[in-house]
Design a protein around this ligand. Structure first.
Ligand code: HEM
Ligand code: PLO
Length: 472
């Protein structure tokens, strides 16, 4: 922290013209969330830096609506046709009604009905079958898990579901991976927008992936519209149907086809990337802590048994399984510095005044690893989410989905999906480390989400389940 100055009273990292504080950030060799956590331990919970020319606050708390804006960025503008989505669009009345429409549509499919349960359970059957086809050999579970989660989201968004070898599914997974690789957090072109006028292979790849995505989704949109114009539209089958009907509502008339397409694309991207990453982190931790896996399996056996699939209604019966999910979301939040926020008005934070437009990064990683709030925060201990009677307990300062007007719009959907996936997997199979292979590295790589490195597992069927069911 040598060379630290103050800007508007807030401690600020050293800076030079044009590059701002970037030389200090990149020479640290640390991913931003770890670097920022180290700095805030020394400088306090509020400090600042210059990302190129952009004055940016790094904080541990924000205050609701004042910070509900989003900055303009080259990569996300391309991704969203200039902010016709939810996540990267700046705050506006249109964004608000658009977000409300998406929220209602999710409720329609996920939370309130048995539809999501049906979709996930069918994906779990296929996933277990695929994992067990390894017949005791070690393999990387990433592809199978991603395919299963992608299938759930495909069904939810446009009523499609694919076999593993399906060409369209490969296309979807291919473009999604391409986008994840090219929208890295803190990409230089998002700091210096003029760079987009120079040759840039990463931006070219992003544009190619977006083109593939748009072609595929436009086809789905056209099919859905054609069905709607065929007379009585009936009940919405999926998110696209629900968005098209919502578009017709009076107050939503400004929601264009572009908005519908971008929202479907985003629900898709967010749905796949976050859920599969969280599941892969949890499996990685279970390999480090076989005793946690066993305890979850004992709970499942005692409270649900091995004669029937786990259902959403079993959630209250399985506090330890829930605690494993909570601890996974705490120790490796998929979005450790959230999506950048901006101040919408002249406001203040920690007694310091903040100018409109100031970029704000919320360091969720630091919040989830504060030693004064969490006992040995670097350890994977699901029990911290249980009270002394073994019932669920929710400590404060645990916000893996963010908070306030920009809180994750898919939270309930994601929680439901994570619960059904994890509990069904642990009911039917066990994960173990391949003999003589080290346990997975847990540091993770920060791109648009925090991803675990590739690792391998051995999958074995659980005695009891296979006898009555045809999964193997
Ligand atoms: C935003 C976490 C799953 C859709 C966010 C944010 C976080 C987050 C941290 C940013 C909040 C902020 O910037 O303040 C997660 C986690 C998930 C998950 C941990 C699962 C494990 C999903 C799913 C969907 C979704 C399944 C949709 C199908 C969104 C959208 C936003 C968002 C649209 C933008 C909200 C806004 O800017 O108003 N999520 N998410 N997420 N998430 Fe999720
Ligand atoms: C993932 C790749 C997709 O092709 C596009 C996409 C859309 C929404 C993004 C998501 C990506 C990454 C995770 C994000 C999500 C919106 C909210 C979510 C950023 C880029 C999180 C965790 O904040």
């Amino acid at each position: 922290c040598r060379g630290t100055s103050r800007v508007g009273g807030v401690p600020c990292l050293p800076r030079v013209p044009v590059l701002g504080s970037l030389p200090w950030v990149s020479s640290s060799g640390l991913p931003p969330h770890l670097l920022f956590t180290g700095i805030s331990r020394r400088l306090g919970p509020l400090f600042s830096l210059f990302l190129g020319p952009h004055f940016t606050l790094v904080v541990l708390v924000t205050r609701g609506r004042d910070f509900a804006g989003r900055p303009n960025m080259v990569t996300t503008d391309l991704l969203t046709r200039g902010g016709k989505d939810i996540a990267f669009c700046d705050y506006s009345p249109l964004w608000k009604s658009h977000r409300r429409l998406v929220h209602t549509s999710f409720t329609l499919f996920g939370e309130g009905t048995g539809r999501l349960q049906e979709i996930v359970l069918s994906a779990v059957d296929d996933l277990v079958e695929e994992l067990l086809s390894s017949r005791g050999r070690c393999f990387d579970p990433c592809a199978a898990v991603t395919r299963a989660v992608t299938n759930v989201v495909c069904t939810l968004v446009f009523s499609a579901s694919y076999r593993p070898e399906d060409k369209e599914l490969q296309e979807v997974i291919g473009y999604n991976n391409g986008i994840v690789q090219t929208i890295a957090a803190g990409a230089l072109v998002d700091i210096y927008p003029w760079m987009k006028y120079f040759p840039n292979s990463s931006l070219d790849k992003l544009k190619r992936c977006i083109r593939v995505r748009d072609e595929l989704l436009q086809k789905k949109l056209d099919q859905h519209k054609a069905l709607m114009s065929d007379g009585d539209p009936g009940d919405p089958r999926d998110l696209l149907d629900a968005l098209l009907r919502g578009q017709k509502g009076e107050r939503s008339s400004a929601i264009s086809d572009d908005h519908v397409l971008m929202t479907a694309a985003e629900a898709f991207g967010a749905g796949v990337e976050t859920t599969s990453t969280t599941l892969l982190w949890i499996i990685a931790y279970l390999l480090h802590h076989p005793e946690v896996q066993t305890r979850a399996q004992v709970e499942l056996e005692d409270r649900v048994g091995l004669d029937r699939p786990v259902l959403v209604s079993d959630r209250t019966l399985l506090p330890f399984v829930e605690a494993v999910i909570q601890e996974g979301l705490r120790i490796r939040p998929v979005s450790p510095v959230l999506i950048p926020h901006t101040a919408m008005t002249q406001t203040s934070l920690g007694g310091h005044s903040v100018q409109p437009g100031t970029r704000v990064l919320v360091n969720m990683w630091a919040i989830h690893h504060q030693p004064q709030h969490w006992d040995r925060p670097d350890l994977f201990k699901p029990e911290r989410f249980l009270d002394e009677r073994g019932e669920r307990y929710s400590p404060s300062g645990f916000l893996p989905f963010g908070a306030g007007p920009r809180v994750c719009v898919g939270e309930s959907l994601a929680r439901l999906e994570l619960f059904l996936f994890l509990s069904s997997l642990l009911q039917r199979i066990s994960f173990s480390l391949p003999p003589s292979e080290p346990a997975p590295n847990l540091q993770g790589a920060l791109g648009v989400v925090l991803q675990p490195p590739p690792y391998r597992v051995v999958v074995t069927p659980r005695p009891g389940w296979g006898e009555k069911h045809s999964t193997n």
